[in-house]
Design a protein around this ligand. Structure first.
Ligand SMILES: [Zn+2]
Length: 224
């Protein structure tokens, strides 16, 4: 084998860059964070968001939106798709196993305009990566009807208003072929949860289809 072929073979074996996502120093194997940075990753207990009458949605996360997890979330602004797959790995290892006992994974949609500028939706990429591991199908049943202002730039009260009525059933499902969601267990997926208003808005849309349960999992959750 030539040196080049041998090098290529070695490179192919490395599924992730051999650098820590926290400190960017060399990190062996396929670890996402080095041992030191991993110690900084703050685990969070689940929070519960009300979806109105008779339904509460638990929200699980891989940890706090802080160093080093924050680096994986903000990687989307650099077009980094690998970060979504790494987030999926972290979510699976850190959320309780029962979270993935569900029928469908539904990603929080991005407005097509923002999709056009960024080229991908990190929530959808995270959902697809989770689906590949868990074999639970992804259902892109909810669409963003209007482009909303960046949540991070708004106060909590304005955020609630900002996402009100921003979501609806995706056009292609409005035209037919809507899967039966009644009695199903739905797992909502987003990369980041700040106040929870986006998750609540999407959850309320899904609740209209009378699922048995809606829970959510996010890459990171901001803690105030
Ligand atoms: Zn590190």
């Amino acid at each position: 084998m030539s040196m080049l072929a041998s090098l290529f073979k070695t490179l192919l074996k490395i599924p992730y860059p051999a650098f820590c996502r926290g400190c960017e120093l060399y990190c062996p194997d396929d670890a996402i964070f080095c041992a030191t940075c991993d110690q900084h990753l703050r685990a969070l207990v689940s929070v519960h968001l009300s979806l109105g009458k008779n339904m509460v949605m638990p929200v699980y996360s891989a940890g706090a939106y802080d160093f080093p997890l924050k680096n994986l979330i903000t990687a989307k602004f650099r077009g980094d798709l690998l970060a979504s797959r790494q987030l999926a790995k972290l979510v699976i290892s850190r959320a309780p196993a029962h979270v993935f006992e569900c029928d469908y994974i539904v990603p929080v949609p991005l407005h097509w305009m923002r999709y056009a500028t960024r080229g991908f939706n990190q929530a959808h990429e995270l959902a697809k990566a989770l689906s590949r591991i868990t074999k639970i199908p992804v259902l892109t049943v909810i669409a963003r009807r209007r482009s909303t202002a960046f949540q991070s730039k708004l106060s909590a009260a304005l955020r609630q208003n900002n996402v009100k009525d921003a979501f609806g059933v995706a056009w292609r499902y409005q035209l037919g072929g809507m899967p039966q969601l009644e009695g199903k267990r739905i797992l909502l997926v987003d990369d980041l949860c700040t106040t929870g208003s986006t998750l609540m808005s999407v959850g309320k849309e899904l609740k209209k289809f009378k699922p048995a349960q809606i829970s959510a999992v996010v890459g990171a959750r901001a803690v105030y």
